[in-house]
Design a protein around this ligand. Structure first.
Ligand code: NDP
Ligand code: PYR
Ligand code: MG
Length: 564
C-alpha cells in the first residue's frame, strides 16, 4: 500500500527564511496520525525522503529498515514468546499498528502463521478477547445502540469496504457463546481474505453484532468488553438483524457479506432470509460443505470407491454437519442418483443419537436427514436407549465418518475400529475446532486403523499425512470469485463448482495429503475464484461476461503485502 507522500503531512512542510525545513504545528499531529494508523504506518521502513517530507524525524529511531528486516525482527520476537496465545496477542497488536507488516509476516510463512491467527489459537483469542483488547478494529454493533447503526456505518473511513464478515458470537468454533469476544473470528477470517484472496486490508470490515451473551462467566468477568445482558432472542433479535442488513444494503450495496459462527437455527434462518437481499453466504454451512465435499472427492482418488457408493455417517447435524450432508446429496444426484437414493447413503447422529423421523420437534435441516424408524428395526443394538454413534457405525459400516459436533474424543477407539473392520480405506474427518473440540486426535485414528484411514482435521495437528479440512480452502476463493464476477448472489452452484475444483486440484506437491499444502492457499483461492466466477455467469448472477473473467483478471484483483 503506497503511503500518501503528499498528504496528510506532506503539504505542511515548508522552509523558513534561513532555508531550514520548517514543520508547521499541525504537521506534527499529522505525522503522529500517520504512524498511528495501521493502514499508513510503515514504522522503521519510512525512507529518509519520506521522513523529510512527512515530518517523521524524531518520531522514529534513525535506523531505516526494510519490510524484510521488519519481518525478521517480528519473527524473532514471536518465536521468543512463551506460548501461542501470546503470539496471537502479539500478532493482533501488530495488525493494529502496521497492516502491511502484519500481512507480509503472515503471507511469508502461512503454515507457521495460520494456526496463530486462525484455528486453533483464535479460539483462546476469543475466550480471552477482553483481556487483550487494546485498539478498535471493525465495528461492534450493540443492541442498545440499535438506532445508531446507519450512523456508525456512515463513517467515510469505511468507503472502500468490499467484504464484511459478521458474527453474533453465539457459536464460536466449538467453544460456544463468547459474546463480544466472538469478534476474534471475523477479524481472523478477514485476515485470511487478505492473505489468501488478496483483498486489500482497507476493503475488509469485521462486525460483531453484540446482542448480549448467555455465557455467565463472560458477563460476570469484570474485564468483559461486551454488553452485559442475556442474549436478545426472538422478534427483537430478528428486528435488530433486519436493521443491520437494511443499513448494510443502503451503505454498501455491492458488499459481499459472510455470516460466520452463528448458532444452528440462526445460521440457517439468516442465510435463507437474506441470500436474495445481499451478496451473502454462510461459511459454516456452505463453505464447510464445499470443503468436506471437495476433500472427499480428492480422497476418492485414493480409495477408488465412487461417490455414489459411499456410506456416510455424520456426527453432529447442526449448521456444518447438515450443510455437508445436503451438498453430498446434491453431488451424488449430479452423479446420477435420485434424491431418495442419495439420502439413503447418509446417516446423521446428533445429541439424541441417530436422527429418526419419529423424533419430535426436529429442526428443519434435520427433518431432511431423518431415517425411517422401521429401517433400523433389524439392527443389532448395544442397549435399549437411543442409537448412538457406535451402534450406527456397527450397523451401517460406513466408508466415510464426518464429525461436526464440537465433542472432543467422540470418535473413540471402539467406533474407529468398528469402522475399519468394515472398510478398506476409511475416510475420517473430525472437523470440529479448535483442537480441544476435535472428535479425535488424528494420530489415534491412524493407529486404530493400522494407517489405512484417510484423515482430515479442522485444525492442524502437525501429524504427518493428515490433511487440514477447513473452510479456509473455500471461502477466500468463493468470495474473490463473486467479487470478480460482480455477482449479485452467491448460488449453491458456485459452491458446488468450488467443491469440485478443490477436489480436482490434486495435492500440489503435498505428497502425503489430500489437498494442496497450506503455503499454496493463495493459488487455491485464485483457482477457485476463476471457477466460481465462471459459474456465476452460468447461473445468471454475474454482471460481467465470461470473456473478461480470465486468470489475469482475478490475479489483477489480488493485493500482496508490500509498501509499494
Ligand atoms: N473444519 C471446518 O472447516 C469447520 C468446522 N466447524 C466445526 O464444527 C463444529 C460444529 O459447528 P456448527 O455445525 O456450526 O455448530 P452447531 O452448534 O450448529 O452444530 C453442532 C451440532 O452437534 C450437536 N451435538 C452437540 N453435542 C452432541 C453430542 N454429544 N453428540 C452428538 N451431537 C452433538 C449439536 O446439537 P445441539 O444443537 O443440541 O447442541 C448440533 O446439532 C464446531 O466445532 C466448528 O468449529 C464448523 C465449520 C467449519
Ligand atoms: C472453521 C470454521 O469456520 C469454524 O470452525 O467455525
Ligand atoms: Mg466458522
Amino acid at each position: 500500500m503506497p503511503v500518501p507522500i503528499s498528504s496528510p503531512a506532506g503539504s505542511a512542510c515548508a522552509s523558513d527564511t534561513h532555508g531550514r525545513p520548517d514543520i508547521a504545528p499541525h504537521a506534527h499531529a499529522a505525522a503522529r496520525a500517520l504512524l498511528g494508523d495501521p493502514l499508513t504506518n510503515k514504522g522503521t521502513a519510512f525512507t529518509e525522503a519520506e521522513r523529510d517530507v512527512l515530518g517523521l524525524h524524531g518520531l522514529l529511531p534513525p535506523h531505516v529498515g526494510t519490510l524484510d528486516s521488519q519481518i525478521a525482527r517480528r519473527r524473532r520476537a514471536l518465536e521468543g514468546m512463551a506460548d501461542d496465545f501470546h503470539r496471537y496477542a502479539f500478532l493482533r497488536e501488530l495488525q493494529d499498528s502496521n497492516e502491511v507488516l502484519f500481512h507480509a509476516l503472515v503471507q511469508h510463512d502461512l503454515p507457521r502463521m495460520l494456526p496463530l491467527v486462525y484455528t486453533p489459537t483464535v479460539g483462546e483469542g476469543c475466550e480471552r478477547f477482553s483481556e487483550i483488547w487494546r485498539r478498535p478494529r471493525g465495528l461492534f454493533l450493540s443492541y442498545p445502540n440499535r438506532d445508531k447503526i446507519a450512523d456508525i456505518l456512515a463513517d467515510p473511513a469505511l468507503d472502500r469496504v468490499k467484504v464484511i464478515v459478521v458474527s453474533d458470537g453465539e457459536r464460536i468454533l466449538g467453544l460456544g457463546d463468547q459474546g463480544a469476544g466472538g469478534m476474534g473470528i471475523p477479524i481472523g477470517k478477514l485476515a485470511l481474505y487478505t492473505a489468501c484472496a488478496g483483498i486489500h486490508p482497507a476493503e475488509v470490515l469485521p462486525i460483531l453484532l453484540d446482542v448480549g451473551t448467555d455465557n455467565a462467566a463472560r458477563r460476570d468477568d469484570p474485564l468483559y468488553v461486551g454488553w452485559r445482558n442475556p442474549r436478545i432472542r426472538g422478534g427483537d433479535y430478528d428486528a435488530f438483524v433486519e436493521t443491520f442488513v437494511e443499513a448494510v444494503v443502503e451503505r454498501f450495496p455491492n458488499v459481499l457479506l459472510q455470516w460466520e459462527d452463528f448458532a444452528g437455527k440462526n445460521a440457517y434462518d439468516l442465510l435463507e432470509r437474506y441470500r436474495g437481499t445481499l451478496l451473502s453466504f454462510n461459511d459454516d454451512i456452505q463453505g464447510t460443505a464445499a470443503t468436506a465435499t471437495g476433500t472427499l472427492l480428492a480422497a476418492i482418488r485414493h480409495t477408488g470407491v465412487p461417490l455414489t457408493e459411499q456410506r456416510v455417517v455424520l456426527f453432529g447435524a447442526g449448521a456444518a454437519g447438515s450443510g455437508v450432508a445436503e451438498m453430498l446429496v446434491r453431488a451424488m444426484m449430479d452423479e446420477g442418483l435420485s434424491e431418495q437414493a442419495a439420502r439413503a447413503r447418509l446417516w446423521a447422529v446428533d445429541r439424541d443419537g441417530l436422527i429418526l423421523s419419529d423424533i419430535p420437534r426436529l429442526p428443519d435441516q434435520q427433518v431432511k436427514l431423518a431415517r425411517d424408524a422401521a429401517e433400523v428395526a433389524g439392527w443389532t443394538l448395544s442397549g435399549s436407549h437411543q442409537i448412538g454413534l457406535l451402534d450406527t457405525v456397527v450397523n451401517v459400516r460406513p466408508t466415510v465418518l464426518i464429525g461436526a459436533s464440537g465433542q472432543m474424543g467422540a470418535f473413540g477407539e471402539a467406533v474407529v475400529r468398528a469402522m475399519a473392520a468394515g472398510c478398506e480405506r476409511p475416510v475420517i474427518f473430525p472437523l470440529s475446532n479448535p483442537i480441544s473440540r476435535a472428535e479425535a486426535h488424528p494420530a489415534d485414528l491412524l493407529a486404530w486403523t493400522d494407517g489405512r484411514a484417510l484423515v482430515g482435521t479442522g485444525s492442524p495437528f502437525g501429524v504427518e499425512g493428515v490433511t487440514q479440512v477447513n473452510n479456509v480452502y473455500i471461502f477466500p476463493g468463493v468470495g474473490l470469485g463473486a467479487i470478480a464476477a460482480g455477482a449479485l448472489a452467491v448460488t449453491d452452484g458456485m459452491f458446488m463448482a468450488a467443491a469440485r475444483a478443490l477436489g480436482d486440484l490434486g495435492s500440489m506437491g503435498n505428497a502425503a495429503g489430500l489437498l494442496p499444502p497450506i503455503d499454496r492457499l493463495r493459488d487455491v483461492a485464485q483457482h477457485i475464484a476463476l471457477v466460481v466466477a465462471h459459474q456465476a455467469v452460468e447461473d445468471g448472477v454475474a454482471t460481467l461476461v465470461r470473456s473478461v473473467l480470465t486468470p489475469e483478471h482475478i490475479a489483477g484483483l489480488m493485493w500482496s503485502a508490500s509498501y509499494g
